[in-house]
Design a protein around this ligand. Structure first.
Ligand code: BES
Ligand code: MN
Ligand code: ZN
Length: 498
């Protein structure tokens, strides 16, 4: 898909479809009025007939409008002008793109971005439009041998975003950033959607190596023997129930000065989570192929950061293995020694994410990080607490929490902070080891975060629980690519603040 920013007047516009906003009730936007006078008031006559009242997300496709060069004019409802906010903009954009994609139009010009959105600026509008257009084109059925009509027939190839001349510089920058972020999102979605038999730890490692060939990223893969040498007894305990070899993937982007402390991202890479000996129930177990979405988001961010040549140092670390039951699998009651030296009683083998993350979190001490963020589909309890709209955010650093919250807000990929108080720590007490790997049903996401906090004492740290946001269930089943946009906005804001 090709995008461009232009400030062409409607009468000079040659796209196969020209998209015009209509406010409630029956009020043409400024560009709509221009087009209306060119077409001998054809548009206002249609509106007067009552065929389109401008309700948010409503659409009306017109063909061969008199005296207009374009084959199609699409009217899109924007709702009440004084209520035109982010939400209304997004539903108008989605409705417009779906409607254009239903036709054979290979190109479209959007005259919607000049409209003022109460709580979204031009950069936000451009980015969200790019995301929406690529999301609309995204195909989840890449392994289907016959393309279904949904994915095959979408003809739209060229989208022109019309902005006022004064906004074009901001718009160009936003477009460049949005395209890089969207490519990271797409990579994360693709990896999430791949089944566990294809997307194994080895496969993830290959993807990282490929990124290292395509971009100036340094890639290193640690094997089981390397992890043994490092004493990663906790990660290896999870991996021991699987025939797939575990991998610890390290990717480095060096865009900053040699002496700049890096931002480190750690992504949970369980390529399938059966629960292990504490086996999960069968219903929807297939969705546990998404348990590597934290890892996928790290790869997506590394790709986007490299493409944008972000002037900072960034390290991505991915502990990856499968969690399966087996004769050799780790059992409830087993006690393992983590790389940090702390011992862990494995009371539930389904709380495996924290077991692989804790060793990765100890490993990253060697990078002397400016800060570490781990991204993990860590707990079902987080889905219960926050649903599918916000990722769970945990950190004891208020400034870092604010940075991440603001980045999520800017990126339309929000996170909500939950407490990480010491009061919860005692739920992890074990009679036999330094700690247990579960803390009971109460505050399940918080005790999971508390567990991780015991391995992050040496640096500034935040944890994102993306169990509810990384994929959608039901009819729209599939990866979302979240929180790549949040993380990229976090990094871009840090670059801008420097
Ligand atoms: N990968 C799961 C968490 C998860 C559950 C993500 C549902 C997305 C949807 C994680 O490994 C897990 O199984 N967590 C357990 C922890 C429990 C045993 C303390 C959970 O949430 O049930
Ligand atoms: Mn689990
Ligand atoms: Zn898991």
């Amino acid at each position: 898909m090709e995008f461009s920013i232009k400030n062409t007047q409607p009468e000079k516009q040659r796209a196969a479809c020209i998209v015009i906003g209509v406010y409630e009730s029956r009020q043409l936007s400024a560009s709509g009025q221009q087009l209306d006078s060119l077409s001998q008031a054809y548009l206002s006559k249609i509106l007067a007939m009552g065929d389109m009242d401008g309700r948010t997300g409503s659409t009306l496709m017109l063909h061969h409008v008199p005296d207009i060069h374009n084959d199609r004019v699409l009217l899109v409802g924007l709702g009440k002008a004084e209520e035109f906010d982010r939400k209304a903009f997004l539903s108008a954009i989605h409705a417009a793109l779906a409607s254009v994609n239903d036709t054979g139009a290979p190109s479209a010009a959007l005259y919607l971005l000049q409209e003022k959105v109460s709580n979204g600026d031009m950069a936000w509008k451009i980015e969200q439009t790019v995301f929406a257009a690529l999301d609309e084109k995204y195909c989840v059925g890449k392994l289907k041998t016959k393309k279904d009509k949904d994915s095959a027939s979408k003809a739209l190839k060229k989208l022109t975003l019309i902005v006022d001349a004064a906004d074009s510089r901001i718009a160009e920058t936003a477009q460049t950033q949005a395209l890089a972020i969207a490519a990271g999102v797409e990579l994360a979605k693709d990896l999430g959607n791949l089944p566990g038999n294809i997307c194994t730890p080895t496969y993830l490692a290959e993807q990282a190596l490929n990124l290292g060939k395509e971009f100036p990223l340094k890639c290193e893969i640690l094997e089981r023997k390397d992890m043994e040498k490092l004493g990663m007894g906790s990660l290896l305990a999870v991996a021991q129930g699987s025939r797939q070899p575990p991998k610890l993937i390290v990717l480095k982007h060096s865009g900053g000065k040699k002496t700049d402390a890096p931002v480190v991202l750690v992504g949970k890479g369980i390529t399938f989570d059966s629960g292990g000996i504490s086996l999960k129930p069968g219903a929807e177990m297939d969705e546990m192929k998404y348990d590597m979405c934290g890892a996928a988001s790290v790869l997506g961010v590394m790709r986007a950061a490299a493409e944008l040549k972000l002037p900072l140092n960034l390290v991505g670390v991915i502990p990856s293995c499968e969690n399966l039951p087996d004769g050799l699998a780790v059992k409830p009651g087993d006690i393992v020694t983590s790389m940090s030296g702390q011992t862990i009683e494995v009371l539930n083998t389904d709380a495996e994410g924290r077991l692989i993350l804790c060793d990765a979190l100890t490993y990253v001490e060697r990078f002397d990080p400016a800060l570490v963020i781990d991204i993990s589909t860590l707990t079902g309890a987080c889905v219960i607490a926050l649903g599918h709209h916000a990722s769970g955010l945990f950190t004891s650093d208020d400034a870092l929490a604010a940075e991440l919250e603001q980045a999520g807000q800017a990126a339309q990929d929000r996170a909500w902070r939950l407490p990480l108080w010491d009061d919860y720590q005692k739920q992890l007490d074990s009679n036999f080891a330094d700690m247990a790997n579960i803390g009971g049903r109460a505050g399940g996401s918080i005790t999971a975060a508390c567990f991780l906090s015991r391995f992050t004492k040496k640096y500034k740290w935040a944890h994102l629980d993306i169990a509810g946001t990384a994929w959608k269930s039901g009819k729209e089943k599939g990866g979302t690519g979240r929180p790549v946009p949040l993380l990229m906005h976090f990094l871009l804001a840090r670059v801008a603040a420097k």
